[in-house]
Ligand binder design. Structure first.
Ligand code: SAH
Length: 407
């Protein structure tokens, strides 16, 4: 059945209280318990019985006796259902407007005028499963995860436009995986959008940049790096920013007086980074941008006996699934050893991880004395996700971001 029709069915049945017509996905006991605690994901493995369903269908979930929630089904994903509500009488499409209004209201509490680039809707963590929306000044970018969320977004563009209007949104862009950006509403977005993060300007490429254009989750940590440079005396402090993407950490560091070296395999990212340096009143010529594999760069730097006062490491996820966890841990240990080899005496090492399968305790283990090959560093600060990336208590998978400061 067409997902749209199914959703409308759900609304009608909700009102008429004839929920029986909705397909029922019967879960194993552990799945029922998890949904009751507020976990929004039902893996295929947790499903005991389900009728033949298409993606995007509204389904009731529970056991044979009781239904514990309503969600959207995805026939292709290992995540069979994303749960929207414990109330089986209300369809996700009905909840969308209210949930997004709440997201926008919360962001008004978090941010002042110094920041106009932030995550407006953080999927599961904001109780809009699979729907991520980032705001870059007057452009919003929606990135649905999975076909069910994509269908919901495409069928309810007017709901998104209404909810995002208080942010002054003029253009709504849809980003799907690596495909081109699609304009859903308003005039096409400019290739380079100028935004501000804690008063520091930078440019974002929402049309072809990674994710929605920027990694907004590191905003608070980028600011912290600026402060760390100031703590070390500001002018002339040397900073090595590994996996630098569009240079966010480097810009905050450079504004505080640092001389930065940004390393990324993606040459296009350096172009955006240099543009950002210019809008932030910094001359990129005074800084280094290396297009290189970070591991190879570190090996070479160690051979050449180079060192930096602050080293930042923010690699892409090393653990795409639980099975790859041991390999990821060993990769982090190797990377961290290589990072501290080029850390100047008395230096600061900032290590980040965005692998959701590596929790904070496991990540700390990749920074132990044996991993680093030295016993003089302390774990002085540890940060998790920022407030515009909320998580649910029952959903540890959402707390993927770790940022540890060793000195
Ligand atoms: N620190 C950035 C975000 C980093 S995302 C910020 O604050 O915005 C991870 C980056 O690592 C991507 O830009 C990707 O191009 C880069 N990357 C992936 N593998 C790499 C490798 N082996 N060496 C260097 N860079 C790499």
């Amino acid at each position: 059945m067409d997902p749209h029709t199914q959703i409308d069915h759900a609304i009608c049945y909700g009102i008429e209280n004839k929920m029986k017509a909705l397909p029922e996905v019967i879960l194993r006991t552990a799945g029922v318990r998890a949904v009751e605690r507020g976990h929004p994901w039902i893996y295929k493995d947790a499903v005991a019985r389900a009728p033949d369903l298409d993606h995007g269908e509204v389904v009731l979930v529970g056991d044979d006796k009781k239904k514990v929630g309503v969600g959207l089904y995805d026939s292709e994903s290992p995540l069979a259902v994303r749960v929207w509500s414990p109330d089986p009488h209300v369809a996700p499409s009905r909840l969308l407007q209210g949930r997004l209004d709440e997201c926008v209201r919360i962001r008004a509490e978090i941010f002042d005028k110094q920041t106009n680039a932030f995550r407006v809707a953080h999927g599961e963590g904001d109780r809009v499963p699979g729907i991520v929306i980032d705001r870059y000044d007057d452009v919003c970018v929606v990135k649905p995860d999975g076909r069910a969320a994509e269908a919901l977004v495409r069928d309810h563009v007017e709901v998104l436009v209404r909810a995002l209007a208080p942010l002054g949104m003029k253009t709504l862009v849809l980003r799907l995986r690596e495909q081109e950006a699609i304009t859903l509403y308003g005039p096409p977005a400019a290739k380079a959008i100028r935004v501000m993060e804690h008063g520091v300007p930078f440019v974002v490429d929402v049309l072809s940049g990674q994710k929605t254009g920027a990694f907004l989750d590191q905003r608070e940590n980028r600011r912290r790096v600026g402060d760390l440079v100031r703590e070390k005396g500001g002018r002339g402090v040397t900073v090595l920013n590994l996996f630098s993407y569009a240079g966010g950490f480097s810009i905050h560091a450079a504004r505080a007086g640092a001389v930065t070296t940004s390393v990324d395999v993606a040459a296009a990212a350096h172009k955006t980074a240099m543009d950002s340096f210019r809008v932030a009143d910094l001359d990129p010529k005074g800084h280094a941008f290396a297009t290189a594999d970070a591991f190879a760069f570190l090996d070479r730097a160690a051979t050449e006996k180079k060192s930096w006062d602050i080293v930042i490491s923010d690699p892409p996820s090393f653990a795409p699934n639980a099975k790859s966890l041991p390999r990821a841990i060993s990769a982090y240990r190797k990377l961290h050893a290589a990072c501290v080899r080029v850390l100047a005496k008395g230096g600061i090492f900032c290590a980040a991880s965005c692998s959701s399968h590596v929790d904070a305790t496991a990540f700390a283990s990749t920074l132990d004395d044996q991993a680093l090959g030295r016993s003089d560093l302390r774990l002085r600060e540890s940060f998790g996700p920022p407030p515009d990336h909320p998580t649910l208590a029952a959903w540890p998978e959402g707390r993927y971001l770790k940022f540890f400061v060793m000195r």
